[in-house]
Write a protein that binds this ligand. Structure first.
Ligand SMILES: [Zn+2]
Length: 427
């Protein structure tokens, strides 16, 4: 298919028109990739034509189900049209002929991992997150709605990006360059106090929802990653956060909230957020409230550990001070039964493998299987992907990682996947 067969753009450029044009183009791109080098795992010759994209058999590996902890040696996973048809011991299922095979003898096979907090702003970042093991992800916001475009890229070309829940732009007092992300936001640039009033907060959430955001990202505290900011300074009150949550809920969406101070975390949780991000100084009373409300905790241990290695002395000191406190909070949360989700908080071209966060969850004191669940079944539930991500069972997405040994024995293997399969395609 060549571009000449793509219809010209509509006379009047509407958002719907643009999306329709993109769909036509993506169809041609998918056709190109199906016939091109992305089909490397396909059998040669006549069979090639009978193996559409998204068909794959992973055979001979040791299959680990994070939901049950069950381990199956010499397993066969059959993926057809991007979804798991069957998964289990060899000999107990129909293995179709003419479908590409991935030999996993001597390897371990797991469902693709979920990164519940990542900032994907470029095609390269999206691809790198995938090749490092994240087959599904939730955005922690991007400056110009790039995450919404990444989500569409992932839908049309699954081997290019993780399946993504997009957050749009950050609901924060100072929108910075994001006032340029949509013409509807320009008026907010002139507000003397920034985005703080109820109408301003509602406006940002509503523009996000109109742009197709799946979740809303806000904050209660300043940032830890900037030396000039005080991460314990509170930027939004309980009432302001409740306004954000209410606006998101009117659109059927949930809120993830960046927070550090105990008071800030407590206000955010009471305001009805779905997940608390970072949460270094979250206290016991808030953790009890989180358990009661089933609020998730996404500690982003990898990001805080990264601060400790910063060249900036203020950030390095902050990281060294915060990390043991956060580890203790993670342990306390797990003991109380607060649901935990793994998120790397990767951004700006530096993509941390999601397996590294799982490793840090284990190091914080979680049993190995529970640590793995924070990036599989647990995170899938947070993203509304139960039945799609987190397991390799019939009907689930054909997303898998193949690692060189038992990840429950050595969690660092998760950071170095040998193969990543996304919707039955080798990523
Ligand atoms: Zn973030």
């Amino acid at each position: 298919m060549c571009l000449a067969s793509v219809p010209p753009p509509p006379n009047r450029i509407t958002r719907r028109g643009v999306l329709a044009g993109a769909a036509v183009l993506a169809g041609s791109a998918a056709a190109l990739s199906a016939a091109g080098p992305a089909a490397a795992a396909r059998p040669a010759g006549r069979e090639r034509a009978t193996a559409p994209a998204g068909d794959l058999v992973i055979e001979g590996g040791t299959l680990l189900d994070p939901a049950t902890g069950e381990v199956t040696e010499d397993a066969v996973v059959v993926i057809r049209s991007g979804k798991v048809r069957s998964a289990g011991p060899r000999g107990k299922q129909d293995v179709p002929a003419g479908v590409p095979r991935l030999d996993a003898h001597g390897r371990w096979v797991l469902p693709g991992l979920v990164d519940a907090h990542i900032h994907l702003s470029t095609v390269a970042e999206a691809r790198e997150a995938l090749t490092k093991g994240a087959t599904s992800a939730r955005s922690g916001s991007t400056t110009f709605y790039q995450d919404i475009a990444v989500r569409e890229l992932a839908r049309r070309l699954p081997d290019r990006a993780p399946r993504l829940r997009a957050a749009g732009i950050f609901v924060t007092p100072d929108l910075g360059d994001s006032v340029l992300a949509d013409p509807e936001l320009a008026a907010l640039a002139g507000l003397r106090d920034g985005v703080r009033s109820a109408p301003a907060l509602r406006r940002v959430v509503e523009v996000n929802l109109a742009r197709g955001a799946d979740v809303v990202k806000t904050r209660v505290n300043e940032r830890a990653g900037l030396p000039g900011q005080d991460p314990l300074a509170q930027v939004y009150s309980f009432e302001q956060l409740a306004e954000v949550v209410a606006a998101a809920r009117r659109g059927g969406k949930s809120v993830l909230c960046h927070g550090y101070s105990e008071k800030g975390c407590h206000d955010a949780v009471r305001a009805g957020i779905r997940s608390l991000e970072h949460g270094v100084f979250v206290g016991e009373r808030t953790l009890h409230e989180m358990r009661r409300r089933k609020t998730y905790f996404t500690p982003t241990l990898a990001a805080i550990a990264g601060l400790a290695e910063s060249a900036d002395p203020v950030l390095a000191e902050r990281g060294r001070t915060y990390l043991p406190v956060l580890r203790q909070a993670v342990r306390a949360a797990h003991e109380l039964g607060v649901p935990l989700a793994a998120g790397t908080d990767s951004s700006g071209g530096e993509i941390t493998p999601i397996g590294r966060e799982v490793e840090l969850m284990r190091a914080a004191g979680l049993p190995a299987l529970d640590a793995l669940r924070t990036a599989t079944t647990g995170a899938a539930r947070l993203l509304g992907l139960t039945g799609t991500a987190g397991r390799l069972a019939p009907g689930y997405a054909g997303d898998a990682v193949v690692v060189s040994g038992d990840p429950l024995e050595d969690m660092s293997l998760l950071s170095r996947p040998l193969h990543v399969v996304r919707a039955g395609r080798l990523g």
